[in-house]
Design a protein. Structure first.
Length: 119
């Protein structure tokens, strides 16, 4: 059974830091590209950051470049998002996403974790 379980969300003050995690099971994690998406109330889901299967290539939304860092530990089947200098506009539900596209596309979503940036 495929599972992506996010954790680490919560309430943080503006300017603060938070690291969220996504633990994967039920598929060959090391073969999948992983991404973090977020969705704020009334807005569409947007890509925040992505990382290749080997962990060497990363990409970020312009809004988080220089503040967020995505990383993965293939030995632990876990992907992380370290978030620094958080702003109120970073408030959203953050979702973990796994994708393998070799001919047929395999993709999975986590259930999301809430991140609230507020004083």
């Amino acid at each position: 059974q495929v599972q992506l379980v996010e954790s680490g969300g919560g309430l943080v003050q503006p300017g603060g830091s938070l690291t969220i995690s996504c633990a994967a099971s039920g598929f060959t994690f090391r073969s999948y590209a992983m991404s973090w998406y977020r969705q704020a109330p009334g807005k569409e889901r947007e890509l925040v950051a992505g990382i290749g299967s080997g962990g060497r290539s990363t990409n970020y939304a312009d809004s988080v470049k220089g503040r967020f860092t995505i990383s993965r530990d293939n030995a632990k089947n876990t992907v992380y998002l370290q978030m620094n200098s958080l702003k109120p506009e970073d408030t959203a539900v953050y979702f973990c996403y796994a994708r393998l596209g070799l001919g047929r596309v395999y993709e999975y979503w986590g259930q999301g974790t809430q991140v609230t940036v507020s004083s």
